[in-house]
Write a protein that binds this ligand. Structure first.
Ligand code: KIV
Length: 307
């Protein structure tokens, strides 16, 4: 493809809503699944029009749109607000809401109640949670309550401190086995799909064939059923540290800075607004207004100076 060519997605109206069955079919047919994150109405509309399959309102929004230093501080209510905005901009892709840190770990009851809020209040189709261990039981409880769950293993940012920081996981055979067991347990608990983050390519090649549900990779190499990237990373909106697996497809942040700087320059040099940006008024109305204002100001009470 030449560097100047454009990829034009099909008109959104002709696409069918993406369901869990559709994702399983894609895996069976070997058709890659495309997933991106989104956090608001315009990013959801972009994902819709670009024709992606799954949109995740990731808790990465804590950093990309809310300015927190990690995913840990974001609250359920903040996530619900982001999910609701995305829901309003989305029709076709499956919408997955990320359960934030400390919203599901304490008990199965807590996990189900939080997941229900994502479905009922924000209109999500499914939820995602991180880790194996006790999260497997939480995932099972949420699935049993009728809500589809996506798992997330490997580098799990909500518990990055316990993992020794934001670093790839499964680089020794023992740790790799733990990650594989977490994924298999989540699948057995009923998760419809599993995200693998920052794991070695040979690990994924060995584990992919053992999983029946769609595997979505982020920094997991090509042996997956689909790929996910964070919207702000792939479009170059976020200027924080970019992980090794991020590929930038645009530099929107610079385009935004250039646009706002050009506006500021135009205002400061009185180049904006031009005639075409203003509203017109019939000359006789303008004349009449001048008369009215003159009358109005001559009637005004003199300033008393009494504040
Ligand atoms: O929060 C997020 O954006 C995620 C993706 C990286 C999978 O969990």
């Amino acid at each position: 493809m030449s560097s100047g060519s454009r990829i034009t997605p099909g008109p959104p109206a002709k696409r069918q809503r993406v369901t869990l069955t559709k994702l399983a079919e894609k895996k069976a047919l070997g058709e890659p699944i495309v997933m991106v994150t989104a956090y608001d109405y315009p990013s959801a509309q972009v994902a819709e029009e670009a024709g992606v399959d799954v949109v995740l309102v990731g808790d990465s929004g804590a950093m990309t749109v809310l300015g927190y230093p990690s995913t840990v501080p974001v609250t359920i209510d903040e996530m619900l607000m982001l999910c609701s905005a995305v829901r309003r901009g989305l029709t076709t892709p499956l919408l997955v809401g990320d359960l934030p840190f400390a919203s599901y770990e304490a008990s199965n009851e807590q996990a189900v109640m939080t997941a229900q809020r994502f479905i009922k209040e924000a209109g999500c189709d499914a939820v995602k949670l991180e880790r194996g261990g006790s999260s497997v039981e939480r995932a099972r409880a949420i699935v049993d309550s009728g809500i589809p769950v996506m798992g997330h293993v490997g580098l799990t940012p909500q518990t990055a401190t316990a993992l020794g920081g934001y670093r790839s996981q499964g680089r020794t055979a023992e740790r790799a086995l733990e990650v594989a067991r977490d994924a298999l347990a989540l699948e057995q608990a009923g998760c419809f799909s599993i995200v693998f983050e920052a794991v070695p390519t040979p690990f994924m090649e060995a584990v992919h064939e053992r999983l029946e549900v769609p595997v979505i990779g982020i920094g997991a190499g090509p042996a997956t059923d689909g790929q996910v990237l964070v919207f702000h990373d792939l479009l170059g909106i976020f200027d924080g540290h970019a992980a090794r697996f991020v590929k930038r497809y645009a530099n929107i942040r610079q385009a935004m800075i250039d646009g706002v700087a050009a506006f500021a320059d135009d205002v400061r040099h009185r180049r904006y607004p031009e005639e075409e940006h203003g509203y017109t008024m019939a000359p006789d109305e303008a004349e009449r207004l001048r008369g009215l204002l003159e009358h109005d100001t001559s009637d005004r009470e003199p300033f008393s100076g009494d504040w």
